[in-house]
Write a protein that binds this ligand. Structure first.
Ligand SMILES: [Fe+2]
Ligand SMILES: [Fe+2]
Length: 260
């Protein structure tokens, strides 16, 4: 069984590159999951964008610290039943923080958890947060847990994997928007510190360069602007052995725009 996990989709450039890339590779995968926390102009998601991402062939979406950046999310949460939000987000209003997904005879529990280092939106450390999910799902038939660990610190992500490796067989970092080179099988667990982003290549992690210079260096008030232009596509492909029901391999996918 082959699974594709797509890193943080940032704004229109990100959505466009995901649409065009999936149109050629979607059929290679049995299950496609994406982090959509930045899909609506860099912050949050809307119902319309959720539906658009679903139409590209994305089966499930995870979120992050920007989950509640668009007010309407709470109104439409019941219509976005394939959206999984971080368990330990201070503004969480829904119990959609895990989903048990059946695919090719394998039962995967997909969860979304915020890291605690430099993450002001987190109201609980990631370790007790995941323990809560384990407790809640202990009677369910689950082959393994897959965690989108949305955090800033690489060390925290690896620590999480090492501590929970009996249960969490796939731990994928998101949030930094920069793909790390450490994708690997750690025993029978597939891991990467950060999957990277899908968004404008010439940008500051997806945000407009000039506007970010104004805001952070010249200290001039500016409007949050998403960069436009050719985009990078970042994801990981994971092969799951249908006999052992365990991940067998993980590969990094990082497609830079041709014209750059
Ligand atoms: Fe992000
Ligand atoms: Fe984030």
């Amino acid at each position: 069984m082959k699974l594709l996990f797509i890193g943080d989709i940032v704004g229109k450039s990100g959505r466009d590159i995901v649409s065009s890339t999936l149109s050629s590779i979607r059929e290679e995968y049995d299950l496609v999951i994406a982090n959509a926390e930045n899909s609506a102009h860099g912050k949050g998601i809307t119902l319309k964008i959720y539906q658009q991402l679903r139409s590209f062939g994305i089966d499930y979406m995870t979120m992050g610290n920007h989950t509640y950046s668009k007010q309407m999310i709470n109104e439409h949460m019941s219509e976005m039943d394939r959206l999984i939000v971080p368990y330990n987000h201070e503004k969480r209003t829904t119990d959609n923080y895990y989903k048990i997904i059946g695919c090719k005879g394998i039962s995967i529990c997909l969860c979304n958890i915020l890291g605690s280092a430099f993450m002001s939106e987190s109201n609980m450390e990631p370790y007790p947060a995941f323990e809560k999910i384990l407790e809640e799902t202990e009677k369910e038939k689950i082959d393994f847990y897959m965690v989108d660990f949305h955090g800033e610190a690489t060390s925290e992500k690896r620590l999480f994997l090492e501590y929970f490796k009996e249960k969490a067989k796939i731990v994928l970092g998101t949030h930094t928007h920069v793909q790390t080179a450490d994708a690997d099988m750690i025993g029978d667990c597939a891991f990467i510190s950060d999957v990277g982003m899908c968004g404008a290549y010439h940008s500051i992690i997806g945000r407009g360069i000039e506007e970010t210079i104004e805001a952070y260096i010249r200290k001039n008030p500016s409007t949050y602007t998403i960069a436009e232009g050719p985009a990078i596509f970042c994801a990981v492909g994971i092969e799951i052995d249908e006999m052992t029901k365990r991940p067998a391999s993980i590969e990094r996918i990082r497609i830079k725009p041709k014209e750059n």
